[in-house]
Write a protein that binds this ligand. Structure first.
Ligand code: NAD
Ligand code: GLY
Length: 367
């Protein structure tokens, strides 16, 4: 088992990574000091496979356990589900010694995390991520929240978990498309800070895609180390943490304009990473060869690098103007000087157009 620490002084916490470690959850919760009853908030799609192990382990460690099931999918990150949790927590008489365990992907992690951040003005929580995206990204760093009809993640709080327990064996049941989408965030870590990780991903794609245990453990642990270091230096995203959003300015716009669900989050981020690569080539000195390496690596993992149908440019710009990095109406991008070195920069809208052209649908020869 590997262990990575998120360094936040008295709120530091461990990320435990290994195959088959789910049954340790009870004992690990004790080790990090959880005392009271535990509410397990679990994705309905995984509850049958992993719910019983988690419940048994917590009960064996002496916890009173209440289980709240959530329908799968982004639509659950909403006020209605949150209200349902508060009612369930109150009915189960959770108090300030209690904790919430989030068992599922980023949807359940964000939602259960926000319920924990707000119930009784904040109780403890533990992340048990079961998607690759959640294991390498969303379960680490304390961003929690829900969506509104006006947009994604518009209501939320920073609330760090006490523990993240990532069981790599849970990835065996994850649909391949979801696994591949998570790889977009792993590739992102290579682009933003770690050329060695990037090269490792180039050299080991078959081993990654066939879930070779040591290779998976390495890339999840390395991703968590990178995210932990960034979060440790800039928890509230006053500067550095924004680099984690490489590819997200265009990616979020693609997700919104295409209609949520059309592209998975990671797929949209892959498109955004290609657009940011083109922008970096034009504005930040990224070589054409490195921009091509980024695109080739995304494609090698089966991620989209071109839109499959045209999206209206005006709508993409409108969506980009809602990006949380926008300052005084100006679009900001994470740009790469080279693979492994990025910075954040304001980019005038006309200069963004060639980046959008870089992900335009491939035209038929006959067009
Ligand atoms: P998700 O939680 O919707 O999970 C994807 C799908 O996989 C769902 O259908 C789920 O039921 C299923 N699933 C989960 N684990 C499984 C398993 N082990 N086996 C089989 N099926 C399984 O999506 P996600 O990609 O994990 O997360 C996306 C969410 O994360 C978005 O809401 C996004 O906004 C959020 N996010 C948050 C942060 C953050 O820092 N808080 C960062 C990135 C993304
Ligand atoms: N996923 C970006 C962040 O956690 O800051």
């Amino acid at each position: 088992m590997r262990e990575v620490t998120v360094p936040l002084q008295d709120r530091s916490y461990p990320i435990l990574i290994g195959a088959g470690i789910l049954p340790q959850i009870g004992e690990r919760a004790r080790q990090v000091g959880i005392r009271g009853a535990v509410a397990v908030v679990q994705d309905a799609a995984v509850s049958e496979w992993y719910g019983p192990q988690v419940r048994q382990s917590l009960e064996a460690a002496g916890y009173r356990v209440v289980v709240v099931e959530v329908p799968s999918g982004e639509a659950s990150k909403c006020l209605d589900q949150l209200g349902r949790f508060y009612d369930a927590f109150a009915a189960a008489r959770l108090d300030r010694t209690s904790a919430v365990v989030a068992l599922g992907g980023g949807v359940v992690g964000d939602l259960a995390g926000f319920a924990a951040a707000s119930y009784l003005r904040g109780i403890d929580f533990i992340q048990v991520p079961t998607t690759l995206l959640a294991q390498v990204d969303s379960s680490v760093g304390g961003k929690t929240g829900i969506d509104l009809s006006a947009g994604k993640n518009l209501v939320g709080a920073f609330h760090q978990p006490r523990l993240v327990l990532a069981d790599l064996a849970t990835l065996e049941t994850l649909p391949r498309r979801e696994f591949v989408a998570g790889m977009a965030e792993v590739i992102k870590y290579g682009i933003i800070v770690d050329p060695e990780l990037f090269a490792y991903l180039e050299q080991n794609s078959e081993a990654v895609l066939s879930h070779q245990p040591d290779v998976l453990a390495h890339l999840v642990a390395r991703s968590c180390e990178i995210k932990a270091e960034v979060v440790g230096r800039d928890e509230r995203e006053s500067g550095l943490r924004a680099i984690l959003n490489y590819g997200h300015t265009v990616g979020h716009a693609v997700e919104a304009v295409a209609g949520y669900g059309r592209y998975l989050h990671g797929e949209a981020i892959a498109l955004g990473a290609v657009a940011a690569g083109e922008l970096s080539r034009r504005l930040a000195g990224l070589t054409a060869a490195d921009a091509a390496r980024i695109e080739a690596l995304l494609a090698r993992y089966g991620l989209p690098v071109r839109l499959d149908e045209e999206l209206p440019e005006a709508q993409l710009f409108q969506a980009m103007r809602l990006d949380k990095k926008v300052r005084e109406g100006e679009l900001r991008f994470v740009l790469a000087r080279r693979i492994g070195e990025v910075y954040t920069e304001t980019v005038p809208e006309p200069e963004v157009k060639p980046a959008l052209a870089a992900i335009a649908p491939a035209r038929n020869q006959s067009d």
